[in-house]
Each structure stands twice: as structure tokens, then as C-alpha cells.
Design a binder for this molecule. Structure first.
Ligand code: HMG
Ligand code: MG
Length: 298
């Protein structure tokens, strides 16, 4: 059945902004992170310790990570694809990091320049070193409901990578519909498969809204016992390796859905919606949250 409470992981400052071509001021990123915390979000993915040649927008990861006005009870996390990234993140006092793998070989190559197996070998020491430092590690799996290069992805392939990350010590596995091609029945079938090997309270849904299915998919996996949802303020984001792919499901839309279901998230929707208007105006992008746009028009 449906959970009573859902933990929303706000990935806007990272997934939402990482593909923006125009440089965004560090101060604006910090204000965004602060506003998201003020709206009641307790988990905020703030930065990405990746190569600035690969993702220029995240080049100010140190300044962002050390500049956050930390709110009690809020966890600010960062992506760390390798030991170099992890060491830099640890030096900034990060409490949680994430490694990111893919269920598709082609996507793994494009995104992190190595095979799935090589990525797992690379993550092993990252996870070990993080855990020595009492830093929690989240594991992402991309392309769980389809790949821009390989098309259909069998649930068994997702299960295999998810289980590997879980057994290596990731405390939570976030299942990414990176290009937003999934539909509710497919999402349910995925959960049936992955949920056999990994407890459902250790799984998160990270859905993009390219085909407008993200909320329907979320409803489907809520029914399957998922209680952690990733989303981005104003539906920001896209995928550099998938033409036309739009952002994560909008946090405002997720909160509206949860409120309607009587599921507690601890987030103040009006406050959040104002931040969605502010950040989209600040970076000159359309607000892709239907709820955010509707509330702003009231
Ligand atoms: P590589 O070129 O194979 O690695 O990249 P390398 O070790 O040969 O290093 C190349 C250069 O990068 C070197 O610099 C390194 O020092 C530097 P040079 O000697 O040429 O001057 N470098 C770094 N610099 C800063 N921080 C680091 C770092 N590592 C190496 N951590 C690598 C491999 C993984 C580094 C690269 O491919 C990369 O950075 N990829 C990042 C891709 C990325 O961030 N993608 C977006 C996030 S994933 C995502 O969005 C999906 C998700 O949201 C889930 C979903 O939606 O499904 C999570
Ligand atoms: Mg994503």
C-alpha cells in the first residue's frame, strides 16, 4: 500500500542545473539551496565533484559545498564518480555522496567513459573510503526504463547493477528513468524485479518527465511501496546524452500529488513554488512545473 510519509530528494541544484550552458553564479546556486531548505526539503543534492571538462556547470563544486548555510536536519549531498571526486568532497565536509552507474553499456560509456563493470570496480574503493569516513553512499542506476542508444532495458539488467551497488555498501539505490520514457506498468514491473533483491525501503524513484509520464509512474511505484522520490524544482534539467530529454519531475508537482494523497513530505508547497518562480527567472528558463505555474497565476 501507499506510504504515510515520503522523503523527497531535491536534485535541482545538481541534476537540474548541470546541463545549463550559461554559467550560473555560485551565489545563485547557494541561494537556491538555502531556499529549498527553507521550504522544508531535508535532502538536497547540492553539487557534483566531476570533471569540469565534462560538466563545466559543476566546476564550482567546492565553493558550493563549503558555502552552504547548513540547516539542522538537512543533508546536503554530492555526486562523486571516482576517488578524486570523493577526496575533494570529503575535504568540503560532505555528509553524503553518490556514485552513478547505468543499466545500459552505451550510456555508461557516454556518461562516465567506461563500461558498467569498470564503473563498479571504480566505485568499490570510493564506497569503502566514504564509509571509513562515516559518509553515506547512495547509488544511482541510469536508464532503468530505457536507453537513448540501446532502447529497451530488461528489468533483470537493472536488478543486476542495483544489487551490485547495494552489496558494495550503497545504503539506497535510486532508479533513474534518465530519458523519461517509462510508463506506469513498466515502472511497476521494474519494481517487481528489483524489489525481489533489494528491500523497497532502500529504493528511490528518480523519474524524468520527457514524455509526461513521471507523475503517473510515481503513483504506480508509490503503490509498490516506494517512499523516496527524487525531483527537481521547476522541473529543471535535461540529459546531454539524450536529445530532447527534459528535466526531472518537478518537485512542486510531486508535493501537490503527495498532499492530495494525504502523504506527509514536510514541504511547504507555496514557499517551494515561489522558489521555482525565482530560480527560473534567475536563469532565464521556463518553469516546467504545472503546479508552480498555476500557483503563480493565482
Ligand atoms: P575520464 O576522462 O575517463 O577520466 O573521465 P580521467 O580519470 O582520465 O580524467 C580526465 C580528466 O578529468 C583529468 O584531468 C582528471 O584530473 C579530471 P586532466 O589531467 O585531463 O587535466 N578528473 C576530475 N576532475 C575533477 N573531479 C573529478 C575528476 N575525475 C577526473 N572527480 C569521469 C571520467 C568520470 C571523470 C568523467 O567522465 C566525468 O566527470 N563524468 C561526469 C558525467 C556526469 O557528471 N554526468 C551527469 C551526472 S549522471 C546523471 O545525471 C544521471 C542521474 O541523474 C540519474 C538519472 O537521471 O538517471 C544521476
Ligand atoms: Mg537525473
Amino acid at each position: 500500500g501507499m506510504p504515510n510519509q515520503v522523503s523527497v530528494v531535491e536534485v535541482g541544484p545538481r541534476d537540474g542545473l548541470q546541463n545549463e550552458a550559461e554559467p550560473i553564479a555560485t551565489a545563485a546556486k547557494l541561494e537556491l539551496i538555502d531556499r529549498l531548505g527553507a521550504a522544508g526539503l531535508k535532502r538536497i543534492e547540492a553539487a557534483s565533484f566531476v570533471s569540469p571538462k565534462w560538466v563545466p556547470q559543476m566546476a564550482d563544486h567546492r565553493e558550493v559545498m563549503t558555502g552552504i548555510r547548513r540547516r539542522p536536519g538537512v543533508v546536503y549531498s554530492a555526486l562523486t564518480p571516482n576517488l578524486k571526486g570523493l577526496e575533494a568532497a570529503l575535504a568540503c565536509g560532505v555528509e553524503e555522496v553518490a556514485v552513478f552507474a547505468a543499466a545500459s553499456e552505451a550510456f555508461s560509456q557516454k556518461n562516465i567513459n567506461c563500461s558498467i563493470a569498470e564503473s563498479l570496480d571504480r566505485f568499490a574503493p570510493v564506497i569503502e573510503r566514504a564509509r571509513e569516513s562515516n559518509v553515506r553512499v547512495r547509488g544511482y542506476v541510469s536508464c532503468v526504463l530505457g536507453c537513448p542508444y540501446e532502447g529497451e532495458i530488461e528489468p533483470a539488467r537493472v536488478t543486476e547493477v542495483s544489487r551490485a551497488l547495494y552489496e558494495m555498501g550503497c545504503y539506497e539505490i535510486s532508479l533513474g528513468d534518465t530519458i523519461g520514457v517509462g510508463t506506469p506498468l513498466k515502472a511497476k514491473r521494474l519494481l517487481d524485479a528489483v524489489g525481489r533483491d533489494i528491500p523497497r525501503d532502500k529504493l528511490a524513484a528518480h523519474f524524468h518527465d520527457t514524455y509526461g509520464q513521471a507523475l503517473a509512474n510515481l503513483y504506480a511505484v508509490l503503490e509498490e511501496g516506494i517512499s523516496v522520490i527524487d525531483s527537481a524544482i521547476a522541473g529543471l534539467g535535461g540529459c546531454p546524452y539524450a536529445k530532447g530529454a527534459t528535466g526531472n519531475v518537478a518537485t512542486e508537482d510531486v508535493i501537490y500529488l503527495l498532499n492530495g494523497l494525504g502523504i506527509d513530505s514536510g514541504v511547504d508547497l507555496d514557499n517551494l513554488a515561489e522558489t521555482g518562480v525565482w530560480i527560473t527567472q534567475t536563469i532565464g528558463k521556463p518553469n516546467r512545473s504545472k503546479v508552480g505555474v498555476a500557483l503563480a497565476a493565482k
